[in-house]
Design a protein around this ligand. Structure first.
Ligand code: ADP
Ligand code: MG
Length: 678
């Protein structure tokens, strides 16, 4: 192992960043703002914090590094603590939503940008920190953009918040080679430190399977698999990286690869480089971390590695040895959908700059090839030049509440790197007003102050606080936890197994009452928790044990937040007489009245928020077959294909929302626009 240790050090030394170590440390010390840029894989994320640590800069305060993605924060922290020979969670730790792996000893902390935003709420001067590094700024995630604005405002703006600090805060913004001038200009013309790095040429080719008619994401999984297998059987040694959009797709592609790769004759000889087998590895956000670690290991001699990944492998994580890229051309993205007036997770074409970034992953250590499965026409007609920043395409409700709680009242005049449309800001204010988080003058209410403490969607938080005011948070806490984890129910994909899983899931829903998806989630949580062997219970019922485990942990954390808030003097208290099932649904209505649908005479449901979208209950819901018996319902989210489907649905009575619904139309947009500027 000592050989391996020294090899690891050599690797770190040979990274492009290593020759600039001293100059970088000096640049960070000398400036309040610094932009650092360099090709992906040059060592910014893993090395710079180590340099700063070794230079002793942590003594003046912690070194915090933000990442837009939680997997990146976790994986990188693991890697860095390993390189530094620390135990993870000691000197080097990480914190992501609902998972804190830090301790008193932690001085280098990797975290999601959302976590740092929460820390600012509790400590606006970030007094624990001497250096904050905003990493992956080119990704333009909503929270990173907000952090950029906040740090600019407090450090060099009129607020001069830094005056309250004992030592000045240094802010480093790291980005791939895109947009660095824009970042520097935004930060008052701060210096840009460029890490020179060599990349090798990548030849890209277009395919013919995906064209403009497939823009809504037809089945590209088979094509991706076909191309990957062609690469495997026809190309020289070198690993493959396949870009798809999400977990289920990736698992399907891996299954197909396993199935078909077996039929390839592996003893394929090209110029003495024998490629004998294919090692197929999935990579997506909600994967167990020990499995993720495998991705980085070199494959055994003669074996070709094929990583099938989401966009996470485009910039956040660098896998060495990749020589071939297979690009599906699509990405899963949260977009505000103006047709339905909600944020929807959609599969959309990537931008051209994103496609170039993906291709570049093949040219890190030698010349590479990128196989695009889409046509040149698709590239010309369906792909934007650049990815639209998240702040311009998603709901700003949670972020606007955070800003208001930080004392930023003029949310329109806030220094945005790219300004969101005013419509999106007003929409956020309207929602906050509807949830009673702000008053008619745009000031944060007492309820708003409580709401901001929860890392949940404001509507769900509103429902939770309502339940807590009745003293029945035991109903909403587990539900909120269950809605915060992905993929509770296992969907095997394989037709026979799928039938079995469906049967079990239907049985669970029936046992929980049969007509309420929220109640099913709540019951699954309880049954699993109360069973003698929760993991066996999950296996038996085709439920993801890992998801349930996180739900248990999230529930505990939400409970802690609530207990802390309940100790405060003016926590709202209300009295309710009636049965628990009604109380449960009434509390849900308080948070979900923006998501109400009603069945009209024409026998389809439509939403009540002014959009009047025609909607259908999703087949995965226990109410799917009862659509005809229902009239009013609330839903957790939507799925938009050619039709709009409601997922996680619960029937309600009109009386429960009668007084709430007018709120949807009460607020005047002009009035809001004025208070937004106040
Ligand atoms: P940048 O931030 O500039 O894109 P990184 O610091 O992420 O670069 O990566 C530098 C090097 O460290 C790359 O060669 C990458 O493969 C390696 N690396 C990063 N994370 C891991 C890990 N978890 N395991 C093994 N190698 C890693
Ligand atoms: Mg990086």
């Amino acid at each position: 192992s000592s050989k391996c240790e020294s090899q690891r050090c050599d690797e770190a030394k040979s990274l492009p960043i290593s020759r600039h170590r001293d100059a970088l440390v000096r640049a960070v010390e000398d400036h309040v703002f610094l932009v650092v840029t360099g090709e992906t894989g040059s060592g910014k994320t893993t090395q710079l914090p180590q340099y700063l640590y070794r230079a002793g800069l942590w003594k003046a305060g912690n070194i915090g590094i933000t990442q837009p993605r939680r997997v990146a924060a976790i994986t990188v922290a693991q890697r860095v603590s390993h390189e530094m020979r620390f135990t993870l969670g000691k000197e080097v730790g990480y914190q992501v939503r609902f998972d804190d792996c830090t301790s008193e000893a932690t001085v280098v902390k990797y975290m999601t940008d959302g976590c740092l935003l929460r820390e600012i709420l509790a400590d606006p001067l970030l007094s624990k920190y001497s250096i904050v590094i905003l990493d992956e700024a080119h990704e333009r995630s909503l929270n990173t953009d907000i952090l950029l604005g906040l740090l600019k405002k407090t450090l060099c703006g009129v607020d001069k918040g830094s005056e309250g600090r004992s030592v000045p805060l240094h802010v480093v913004v790291m980005s791939a080679t895109l947009e660095t001038d824009k970042l520097s200009t935004f930060l008052g013309g701060c210096p840009v430190f460029t890490i020179p790095g060599r990349t090798f040429p990548v030849t890209s080719s277009f395919g013919s399977a995906i064209g403009p008619k497939d823009v809504n994401g037809s089945s590209y999984v088979n094509e991706v698999v076909r191309v990957a297998l062609n690469v495997h059987s026809g190309e020289l040694a070198g690993d493959i990286l396949v870009f798809l959009t999400g977990q289920s797709e990736i698992e399907k592609a891996c299954d197909l690869l396993y199935e078909k790769a077996e039929r390839i004759d592996y003893r394929y000889d090209v110029q003495d480089q024998t490629v004998e087998g294919l090692l197929i590895l999935p990579l997506y956000g909600s994967m167990p971390t020990d499995q993720q670690r495998q991705i980085f290991l070199a494959p055994p001699t003669g074996i070709r590695k094929c990583v099938v990944a989401t966009n996470i492998a485009a910039t956040s994580l660098t896998i060495d040895g990749i020589k071939y890229i297979v690009d599906s051309g699509f990405v899963k993205q949260l977009n505000h959908n103006s047709r339905v007036g909600m944020d929807i997770l959609e599969v959309v074409p990537i931008s051209k700059s994103e496609a170039q970034q993906r291709a570049g992953r093949a040219g890190r250590t030698s010349a590479g090839k990128c196989f695009r499965i889409y046509s040149n026409e698709f590239w010309e007609k369906c792909m934007l030049e650049y990815t639209v920043p998240e702040i311009q395409r998603t709901s700003l409700t949670a972020v606007v509440l955070t800003l208001k709680c930080l004392g930023v009242h003029d949310v329109i005049g806030f220094p945005y790197l790219d300004r969101p449309e005013e419509r999106l800001i007003l929409e956020a204010l309207k929602q906050l007003y509807q949830f009673d988080a702000i008053d008619r003058r745009g000031r944060v209410t007492r309820l708003g102050e409580l709401m901001v403490e929860f890392p949940l969607h404001p509507g769900l938080t509103r429902a939770l606080l309502k339940a807590a005011s009745f003293g029945c948070e035991d109903l909403l806490l587990p539900l909120a936890a269950m809605l915060s984890v992905e993929n509770i129910f296992i969907r095997p994909g394989h037709p026979e197994k799928q039938k079995e899983a469906d049967k079990k899931h239907r049985r669970l829903a029936a046992k929980a009452g049969g007509m309420n998806d929220f109640a099913t989630l709540l019951s699954v949580f309880q049954w699993c928790k109360d069973s003698d062997s929760p993991s066996a219970w999950c296996k038996e019922n085709w439920v993801h044990w890992r998801a349930l485990k996180s739900a248990f942990s999230i529930e505990t954390q939400l409970c802690e937040i609530l207990l802390r808030l309940k100790q405060k003097r003016d926590f709202p208290v209300e009295v309710f007489t009636g049965n628990k099932s009604e109380l449960f649904r009434r509390c849900l209505c308080t948070g979900y009245f923006t998501n109400v649908a009603r069945r009209s005479v024409g026998k389809t449901f439509s939403t009540m928020d002014g959009h009047g979208t025609a909607v259908h209950v999703h087949p995965s819901s226990s109410l799917f077959e009862h659509e005809a018996e229902l009239d009013w319902l609330i839903f957790h989210d939507m799925m938009v294909t050619s039709r709009v489907y409601l997922r996680t649905v619960c029937p309600i009575r009109y009386e429960w929302v009668k007084e709430l619904l007018p709120k949807l139309h009460q607020v005047d947009v002009y009035e809001l626009s004025n208070i937004a500027r106040e």
